[in-house]
Design a protein around this ligand. Structure first.
Ligand SMILES: Nc1ncnc2c1ncn2[C@@H]1O[C@H](COP(=O)(O)OP(=O)(O)OP(=O)(O)O)[C@@H](O)[C@H]1O
Ligand SMILES: [Mg+2]
Length: 406
């Protein structure tokens, strides 16, 4: 089994998928823009070969270079688990006539408007939305949708340039703030809780399923620096609150023609108990979500994904043992971290439930919280009981504080 895996070293969790591929018996041919000498030592044993390209996002250039590199070799799979490269992987598969999702199918997971159209055409509930390209079109769409509404880029990530608009005046200031965004989605604001629905699929059928709860919704977490965003996987999936999202998710996978591999969907639960589609990618969630799922059931999804991608087989346990919560911290002040307070007390109380503590240490520069949900580090906890997991996670949000500055 010869597998081309795009970007095997960056983002860092890609190294885990590379390991997984090697562990299920694949020869991994990595393609990335990191220098060969700069690849982590721990990664090297898992790579059969590596091609460094100047720009991994330059699809035409990468296709040319990979084609030359692979001449004379037999390749069985071309894979990527990183959102910006899923189309490139599909283009390469088509170029070499390899199995896997086509460019058209993958585009349904990449283009937010096409995605919504396909999901809506299957009779599923999506926010009422318009794709708009000019200020006039935004105002017209707003008339039709009413307030509150959401303005966001069609191809956004990380809640960048996303605005909740509650009045005409707010619409005008959002329009001004979004002038640099070419294509905008103007949509009905869905008032509700937000969750993920994550899977590892074989031929579009989930071999593994997960739901995680966003506390608070990502837009609020990404707009307010004082918030310590919390995400908790839901151990008990078979409950009235969660079921509608799973039912929706399975139908979405069918509507979009999912094949093999990870999916990461976001959905809303309204007060009436209705599940509304948010968005979906045909790749795993980022920000340690796969680690969280692994802690939920003591599984290794890095490896099980690889088994699915190579052999269409999933051998991990689907038994859910814990609610696993991650808490991202943001320091008060700018510059370098100076101190952490409350951590000792917290560990004394809840240390038994803490599975990871990766807060940035004093002396380290703060990360840009707008650019990365990882912020200034995280704590990961788990507990079999939801209320206990919730309490332990929120204690880390409120009782542990990082300071920065001088
Ligand atoms: N129609 C909507 N109604 C209510 N909230 C919305 C709506 N669309 C987006 N949001 C809010 O904005 C956030 C970001 O939107 P979305 O997930 O579509 O974009 P993104 O930038 O790709 O997100 P990500 O942070 O997952 O990369 C959502 O998680 C949600 O909190
Ligand atoms: Mg999102």
């Amino acid at each position: 089994m010869n597998v081309v895996f795009l970007a095997p070293s960056y983002p860092p969790e890609m190294q885990q998928y590379t390991r997984g591929l090697a562990e299920v018996g694949a020869n991994v041919f990595g393609v990335g823009d990191s220098a060969r000498q700069a690849l982590p030592k721990s990664l090297k044993p898992y790579l059969a070969d590596y091609l460094q390209v100047p720009r991994i996002m330059d699809e035409d250039d990468v296709i040319k270079r990979v084609s030359a590199w692979l001449r004379g070799r037999r390749i069985d799979r071309i894979l990527s688990n990183w959102e910006p490269l899923v189309i490139l992987a599909a283009r390469l598969r088509e170029r070499f006539g390899l199995p896997g999702m086509s460019v058209d199918t993958v585009t349904g997971f990449r283009d937010k408007m096409l995605m919504k159209d396909r999901v809506k055409a299957a009779g599923l509930r999506v926010p009422y939305a318009f794709k708009v390209k000019s200020e006039r079109e935004i105002r017209e769409a707003a008339e039709k949708i009413g307030y509150p509404l959401i303005l966001k880029p069609i191809s956004g990530a990380g809640s960048a340039d996303t605005y909740k608009v509650s009045s005409k005046a707010e619409l005008e200031s959002a329009i001004a703030a979004m002038r640099h965004v070419e294509v905008v989605s103007c949509e009905e604001f869905i008032d509700g809780e937000e969750f993920t629905y994550d899977t590892v699929c074989i031929d579009g059928k989930p071999a593994y399923e997960n739901v995680a709860s966003y506390l608070p919704p990502p837009l609020i977490a990404r707009s307010n620096e004082w918030v310590s965003p919390v995400i908790i996987t839901v151990r008990e999936l078979d409950q009235p609150k969660i079921k509608p999202g799973i039912v929706l998710g399975r139908k979405v996978l069918k509507a979009l023609g999912m094949g093999d591999g990870f999916t990461h969907m976001e959905w809303f639960l309204t007060k009436k108990g209705e599940a509304v589609f948010g968005e979906i990618g045909c790749r795993p969630g980022g920000a340690h979500l796969v680690d969280q799922m692994n802690y939920t059931g003591d599984v290794d999804l890095f490896r099980e994904w690889a088994r699915v991608a190579c052999w269409k087989s999933f051998e991990g346990s689907t038994k859910r043992k814990y609610n696993a919560g991650i808490v991202f911290k943001r320091a008060l002040g700018q510059g370098r971290i100076t101190k952490i307070t409350g951590l000792k007390d917290y560990m004394n109380r809840y240390g038994d439930y803490v599975v990871e503590e990766q807060l940035l240490r004093p002396g380290t520069m703060r990360r840009n919280w707008k650019q990365t949900l990882l912020s200034d580090g995280h704590l990961m906890i788990r507990h079999p009981n939801w209320d206990a997991a919730y309490k332990i996670a929120f204690a880390a949000a409120t009782d542990v504080t990082l300071y920065a500055g001088g």
